[in-house]
Design a protein around this ligand. Sequence first.
Ligand code: SF4
Ligand code: FE
Length: 481
Amino acid sequence: MTLKTPDEYYESIQRELNLYMFGEKIKQFWMHPIILPSINAVKKIYELAQKEEYKDIMTTVSHLTGEIINRFTHIHQSTDDLIKKVQMQRLLGQHTACCFQRCVGFDTANALYSVTFEMDKKYGTNYHERFKEYWIEVQNQDLMVDGAMTDPKGDRSKRPSQQHDPDVFVHVTEQNDDGIIIRGAKIHQTGFVNSHRAIIMPTLALREGEAQYAVCFGVDTNAKGITIIYGRQSCDTRKLEEGKLDVGNYKYGGQEAFVIFDDVFIPNKNIFMNGEIKFSGELVNRFAGFHRQSYGGCKVGVGDVIIGAAALIAQYNGTDTASHVRDKIVEMIHLNETLYSSGIACSALGYPRDAGNYEMDMLLANVCKQNVTRFPYEIGRIAEDIAGGLICTLPSEADFTSEEVGPLLKKYLTTSNDVCPEDRYKLLRFIECMSMGVAAPSYKTESMHGAGSPQAQRIMISRQADMDKKIKFIKEILDLE
Ligand code: SF4
Ligand code: FE
């Protein structure tokens, strides 16, 4: 059986990393209270894949081995696979209300599968077979793989080779018969700490003279020379407090990190691009396309939970029958389902690449992500509107449970005999967490900048829109020259 249980996953990531947080080296990160919720989110993927009711969504048959695999390791073989991917991401968002971190490597693999095939066709290299071998190991061991794209980039007005420091773009520093040596950094690394492996990609389309930056490879997250510095999230130290309720979503959470490569050796078998500048832009675009499709699933699932929270707090507050509240809930649903529509649409219009794997429709995937840069903010704004100002004035859990003032808080937080004040407290904290607490980066800022900032989608939308055709339509209708 290729599927890992949640416990097997948890055991398998228990190896020392060169990881820092708050200026200190972290030992046994898998026990750390700030990191545990993000491990729980990934464990949920492994848990749902074990369940009969989610079998069709969470697992599939590998076209490489014929084995049953977790869908997060699948190479899409049809538009049905693309649709199920988005449905699976919505499902996970609904069960975790956070970023569950496993999609980046999944999207990288699907982009790399076709790009390596096309590179081999043009240059006679053997990247595609290498990548398949690498990915069969991932499927057979049900590994979690991070995908790494974003370099620090230094001065944005300059090309990689013009930077004050060559290391602000990941690059090859040495090459020999056995492999390459890598230096540089990747930032915003979702789930790197919880992953077994990572695939590192170039960050932009490269030009003549920039071959050392056109590099893609697989690496173990605990490889020699890698330093990881954990990213802060708003209110993260609430996870270190004695109680748990002030965290909001106290079970699950996303995570990001700075990852630094200080002369890391990569053996030939794990190199999937090395100097092929003409394909670097294609790899970036295809990965971005797949990941923009992903957001039409994951953020919708999180949106479902927020809509549920807004509807429930309205009941607790006694405002649920007010017509304007009902209308606001409808607006939230409308926005959320609009996101889902473009996630499903870009999947349904997918098509096969020469390598045989299916890719989403690039224009609609970019439209999907462009909407994701806006609608979660509006959904969150309405949730705050419905919840009321208590989400940012509520005293701490320690006060709520204290012998002296706890009963007073409970007395004045009780809205009716049917509503337990603890439940109302939890729900208000959850909405605070999604709006401005530890989950806000995952629902809002990640919606803005994850898989590329809004302008990146607008560039792709303008490229993909086929304006000549639109002008031809009007010319034909009006008999224009
Ligand atoms: Fe997956 Fe969404 Fe997290 Fe990206 S932001 S890794 S698509 S859950
Ligand atoms: Fe993301």
